[in-house]
Design a protein around this ligand. Sequence first.
Ligand code: C5P
Length: 395
Amino acid sequence: MWKNKRVLLGVTGGIAAYKAIHLASQLTKRGAIVDVVFTPAAKQFVTALSFSSITGRGVYEDMFTHINGEIAHIHLSKVDYILMVPATKNEIAKLASGVADNLLLNTIYASKAKIYIAPAMNTTMYTHKTTEDALDTLRSFGYTIIPPVSGILACKEHGIGKLDEPEHILEFIEEHETHLDGIFKGKNVILTGGPTISKMDPVRIFTNQSSGKMANALGVALKKRGANVSYIGYFEPTFGPEKYIHIETTEEMLEAVKEASKQGDIFIMCAAPLDYAFESYSTQKVKKAGDLVIKLKRTPDILKTLKKEVQEMIVIGFAAETENHMENGMKKLTEKEMDYIIVNDVSSKTMGMGSAMNAGTILHRSGDRKEIHPMNKDCMAEEILEFVEAQETCM
Ligand code: C5P
């Protein structure tokens, strides 16, 4: 993909800037022609010589100059890709609001290239409303955000905001470019994942073994295909959805889905919401005495309750079964008016809920189906989306 492609690598002033040197090296090895632009703060962290030694080409920072007789930012804008790696909060905010006070920002505004932005910063800064809003604005410009990963950050905290490894960044871009023409591109996807919980008192909860791993894998696969994902769940996912709505109870999940469905195109109900919850909540910790009998009440079925709200969307559900898999799966597909259902056998300890592996059958309402043999959940997510893509394209 990179051979003879012109790439402008925009490096901003963050500690992760050292990774951009390796990125420049990887791009050059893959045949790209790489020019580098520094923001003024970048050189606090890395030197121009490191980049030019690797790329054999220029490193630019001065806005008020000419390159080959052309105004610098006009000359530099004529590339295939601009990668802002790493992207600091400051440069992201400026880019979102139209500020053009350095060479990199001017070049981006003047360019028709595909633009990728890789934010890297402290977790609290990354999850700050101003950062989320700015990233949403950049997405609305058609720029692609390369989500940061979780890990130990320069500030010694553990959390999301770490720049991914250069090889992964390139894989992300390569896969993103490959999948960009599919049915998920630009679609608003509502994705639920993991369990819900019910609180008995301030310390005790009732939940199930769902981990959210399958939904997270679907999130990664959806992002690769250019979807805008709103994730609703109890556990925060790591794939970097456009929006994360934290919920605890099944009722809260229902309300969140209802709200999100106003702007949804595709609804993937991967969560395993509790079917039963404590009938009442004790504000004081229940003292232990003899055996305890607790009454559970039924919770609403989200898919059944919201049939009307989601009827214009492509609806994909799951069924965790321990017996009569296909029969039960088909019944749920019809009853809950889904377009697709993925039937999982959860009787095995190494497969399904909570584990890294999964297997099952994906069924379309037409009766078409595909067996998914045991594989890790990332691969299964790919299989599911490929099946949906194939079905929707031939309809
Ligand atoms: O629990 P069950 O096997 O019926 O789940 C089938 C589908 O219904 C799944 O997609 C699940 O997420 C969804 N479901 C729901 N509301 C519930 C329980 C399950 O929408 N309360």
